[in-house]
Ligand binder design. Structure first.
Ligand SMILES: C[S@@+](CC[C@H](N)C(=O)[O-])C[C@H]1O[C@@H](n2cnc3c(N)ncnc32)[C@H](O)[C@@H]1O
Length: 253
């Protein structure tokens, strides 16, 4: 049971703990005959859910989310916001973030300073193939395609809105050396590329490292923005002075 529980995505674990907390508080109030105003009830549920998340060793940032979830729900329900606004917001989040609750790789974008740092690592004259695993809105690819018109720039992306946005951007912007595929990075054959770039999260890095080792050709280059690979120090680190002081980790096979 414990093994099954720990294999669930953290968002599902958080939701289960939240449901357990609300059920427990509700049952306790029914048994004791006590009653509280809705917001006090919500905060008692939130405190219990946060305690459960702490005991379940969830990442620290889940604790404030667990604490505030039911109170936020109660406050929102007391407003006059029409229900379709929530539906629209949900649909927008769904097409933007898609399976983030499972992959734990959300959409956020590399800075321009990171683009420039990558730019300096690419071949200057010879043609080459570059892939961005999880290409987001396509900004890395369009920038590099301008600085390196002799390169071919590919993206793979699973979230519908970023995919569609970048597909249109390449078509309408005349980026002939850019393409994007609606495909999981795990189904992308890395043998075809000279340079593989990823900006993901700590979660998939160990599995990605295995894929890189199995598939990338000798002399090809793997670049990870921000996320290192445990036990495999990079051969080169590029520091940028963007807002997050992003670091690029480079491995030449
Ligand atoms: C942090 S963003 C990076 C966007 C872009 N590469 C950049 O550097 O600006 C990660 C992207 O990976 C996508 N993603 C997450 N898991 C993926 C998967 N298994 N296959 C393809 N894309 C994925 C997400 O939808 C998101 O757009």
């Amino acid at each position: 049971m414990n093994a099954v529980f720990s294999r669930l995505p953290p968002a599902v674990i958080a939701l289960l703990l939240q449901v357990a907390a609300v059920t427990l508080v509700f049952t306790a109030l029914r048994i004791t005959g006590l009653s509280f105003p809705p917001l006090a009830f919500a905060f008692i549920c939130g405190t219990l859910a946060a305690a459960f998340s702490y005991l379940a060793q969830q990442a620290r940032w889940w604790l404030p989310i667990q604490l505030l979830f039911v109170p936020a729900l109660i406050i929102t329900l007391s407003t006059d916001i029409p229900p379709f606004i929530f539906l629209l917001a949900f649909l927008f989040m769904l097409v933007s973030y898609w399976s983030t609750f499972r992959t734990q790789v959300p959409l956020y974008l590399s800075s321009k300073k990171v683009w420039r740092a990558i730019e300096a690592q690419l071949p200057t004259d010879a043609p080459f193939d570059f892939v961005d695993l999880g290409s987001g809105m396509g900004g890395v690819l369009t920038h590099l395609s301008r600085t390196h018109p002799h390169g071919h720039f590919h993206g793979v992306e699973t979230a519908p809105l970023p995919f569609l946005w970048s597909w249109l951007r390449f078509k309408l912007g005349g980026y002939r050396n850019c393409s994007v595929h609606w495909q999981s990075l795990w189904d992308c054959d890395l043998t075809k590329y000279d340079v593989v770039f990823a900006y993901l999260s700590p979660v998939p890095m160990a599995a990605l490292w295995k894929k890189v080792q199995n598939e990338m050709r000798p002399d090809s280059l793997f670049i990870s923005n921000t996320f290192a690979v445990e036990d495999h120090p990079p051969q080169k680190i590029l520091k940028t002075d963007d807002l997050h002081h992003s670091e690029l980790y480079l491995w030449r096979k």
